[in-house]
Design a protein around this ligand. Structure first.
Ligand code: ADP
Ligand code: MG
Length: 669
């Protein structure tokens, strides 16, 4: 695909290592080169033993003259070597690595990198890295440190990346763009992001690779937009003869549409009447009422004789939408069906609800005119091409509550038309949010007990884990199952339910129904309730281990309450004492605006820090940062200018990189 060899052809590599690399999604040399270091260590000072100073970070290279095994008084096992480089001799000590006594034989040349130390008037060296022979990749240079995943050590990854650098793909970026944007060559960039010649080169390399990433994303989306414009829908929908039914439907709703909902409905309506398929992205705060707007679109499709698909990210949410739509269409002839892993009631349904896997499920589809995708952020391209493969050329409406900063939206969703519901239904009150100190936990429980007693409040309690963790640093993190047992003792008179992802679909549905019907006062759960769940009478949300959630995620969780005109509360619990954590949670407590929270999430991850880390829910950038406005702007202009003045088909190398980007998107789902 990218023209580089498969990783199975890496020299001197165990098949277990290949398997582990593959489980990280690394299939080719080029994939491997796109696994970026999280930081670097500077071992570039090559010193002579006689001049080595305590405290210095250096690389020493010498011949092994002696080796022995020692045990310290406290029982630590040491492997001790003497190394001579012609200028002097130094003791090199390792702990608990007995195999080194076999590996380093007398007379061998070895390079060590680390810090020189003094021990009872003698210099000793406890290396962080070593390599046999002269310094090459692990010592004697700025050395990359990789995120260790799936049991792959940073050193193994470094070794393999080094080998992969021998097989780079051809430069794909048109010369003119390289020159006008002052970029270094791709080859140089990959070499220097992994094995930099200097600190300065790391930055040049990062900039080039970030440019590539943002440029290809924007070019892809511009191309999609261009091609989309040429597509024709089978038969445009018509309003003729439907207006009365639509009006009646709106009049029969249990509430009056907000202005924002009406505006967005008009935008959607305009799209639906065109002969080109709609590709619209609807963003609206949690609880702003997106479902009913989507329902209106489904209704118009129905009135024109078309079926709609309505997809949700989880079965729990699919079940909820099924019920919501059934009740919204209660006074009409619309038949709502559902198809999930566990239920199938879609015989002759006009709206079929299901999870995102719906497209691949077997049920009777007739004329599909509209596809609604709820709470998913990366869809468009993939879902639509899947639909097209099935011969479905439908309008597409995607919805999310995740606030997406404008710059980000323009970058990764440039091909979409945007609508925003920027107004909450009347009477909604901001959720009162508190960060609760440890010692206030009991009083907080007491208060909740009273609220349930007096006001019949219903409570969500969300835990970060299902089961307790064995990992030392996670032992204090509350797990739903154990917490459920705990809380039954704390609230002996209340009815509690437990919900998590490992329950069978039926059980999940039962628990949700009991909570919905007020048979349960408290629902203890994992973050399975994070998106979409709508139980308006629930007014209290407790989030355990709040520091473990991102701000956007916390905001989604908090959005499960405050969905009626009753005052709602959100309590954040955390065992963390870190100043940063406390500041972040306090910021969250006083901020109700999802957009502000999203911006803050972005700010907390500056460029350089994000190497290899997953960013928010929008999409995963590998090396660029959404907070790098300047580069986003530059790449956008470059992509636009390029498309205006060139025929992309004359640039096969660039074209195949774009495919690479799209293919990757699919595999992330
Ligand atoms: P979201 O935008 O988060 O998907 P929902 O569509 O689930 O929100 O709606 C949240 C709640 O608000 C639902 O209980 C819904 O019935 C109610 N709702 C929607 N629109 C209005 C409105 N205009 N006035 C009052 N309540 C509304
Ligand atoms: Mg929703």
């Amino acid at each position: 695909m990218d023209g580089t060899p498969n990783i199975s052809s890496l020299p001197k590599t165990r098949s277990l290592t290949i398997t582990k690399l593959k489980s990280l999604g690394i299939k080719t040399y080029f994939d491997l080169l796109n696994y970026f270091p999280s930081r670097y260590e500077n071992y570039s000072t090559n010193a002579k033993i006689n001049l080595a100073q305590p405290g210095e970070m250096v690389t020493l290279t010498g011949i092994v003259t002696d080796s022995k095994f020692q045990i310290t008084r406290s029982g630590l096992k040491m492997q001790v070597f003497k190394i001579n480089d012609g200028t002097g001799e130094i003791q090199v000590t390792f702990y608990n690595q007995p195999y080194l006594l076999r590996l380093f034989r007398k007379g061998m040349a070895i390079s060590f990198a680390g810090t020189v130390d003094r021990y009872s008037n003698k210099l000793i060296f406890v290396p962080k890295e070593y390599e046999i022979g002269k310094p090459e990749k692990h010592t004697g240079r700025i050395v990359p440190i990789y995120p260790e995943k799936k049991g792959l050590s940073s050193k193994t990854i470094r070794e393999k990346v080094f080998a992969a650098l021998n097989n780079l793909p051809r430069e794909f970026m048109p010369e003119a763009i390289i020159i006008s944007n002052n970029l270094i060559k791709e080859e140089e960039a990959y070499k220097n992001i992994h094995f930099p010649d200097s600190r300065e080169m790391i930055e040049n390399a990062r900039r080039r690779l970030a440019f590539d990433e943002l440029f290809t994303i924007q070019l892809s989306s511009a191309l999609i937009k261009k091609n989309w414009g040429r597509e024709k829908i089978g038969q445009p929908l018509l309003t003729a003869g439907t207006a009365d039914s639509i009006k009646t439907f709106i009049d029969n709703l249990p509430f009056k549409l907000t202005n924002a909902q009406s505006t967005v409905w008009q935008q959607i309506l305009k799209d639906l009447l065109k002969d080109k398929p709609m590709n619209r992205f609807l963003q609206g705060e949690v609880g702003s009422g997106k479902t009913v707007v989507a329902a209106l679109a489904c209704y118009l499709a129905y009135l024109n004789g078309y079926q709609s698909l309505f997809m949700a990210p989880t079965e729990i949410l699919a079940n909820q939408h099924f019920k919501t739509l059934q009740s919204l269409f209660g006074k009409t002839t619309v038949k709502v069906g559902i198809v999930t892993g566990s239920i199938k009631e879609a015989d002759r349904a006009d709206i079929v609800v299901g999870t995102h896997a719906l497209i691949n499920k077997k049920f009777k589809m007739h004329k599909i005119g509209l596809v609604v995708v709820d709470e998913q952020h990366r869809f468009g391209v993939t879902q639509r091409s899947e639909l097209k493969n099935k011969g479905i050329n439908a309008h597409l409406l995607t919805m999310t509550a995740t606030p997406i900063p404008r710059t980000v939206a323009l970058t990764i969703y440039g091909e979409l038309d945007f609508s925003v519901i920027d107004e909450m239904p009347k009477g909604r009150k901001p959720v009162k949010t508190f960060f609760v100190k440890k010692e206030k936990r009991l009083p907080c429980y007491r208060w909740i007990n009273q609220q349930v007693d007096k006001l019949a409040s219903q409570v969500f309690i969300v835990c970060p884990l299902i089961e307790e963790s064995e990992v030392e640093t996670m032992k204090s993190v509350r797990a739903a199952k154990k917490e459920f047992e705990n809380l039954k003792l704390v609230f002996p008179k209340l009815n509690l339910g437990l919900l998590h992802g490992k329950l069978k679909a039926k059980e999940k549905d039962q628990i949700m129904n009991r909570f919905r019907q007020r048979e349960l006062d408290i629902l203890v759960s994992t973050s399975v309730v994070e998106v979409g769940i709508d139980i308006p009478q629930a007014t209290i949300m407790i989030i355990e281990g709040a520091e473990r959630f991102g701000l956007a995620q916390l905001h989604q969780l908090r959005g499960r309450v405050g969905r009626s005109d009753k005052l709602s509360y959100c309590f954040l619990f955390s065992e963390s004492e870190s100043g940063d954590v406390i500041a972040r949670l306090n910021f969250f407590a006083k901020t109700n605006d999802g957009n502000k929270l999203a911006e803050e999430d972005l700010k907390n991850r500056g460029p350089g820090e994000i190497f290899g880390k997953k960013q928010h829910g929008y999409t995963d950038l590998k090396i660029a940062s959404f907070s790098d406005y300047e580069l986003i702007e530059k790449t956008k202009n470059a992509a636009g200018y390029f498309l205006e003045n060139n025929d992309i088909n004359k640039f096969p190398d660039l074209n195949s990189r774009l495919e690479r980007y799209q293919i990757e998107e699919i595999s992330q789902d």
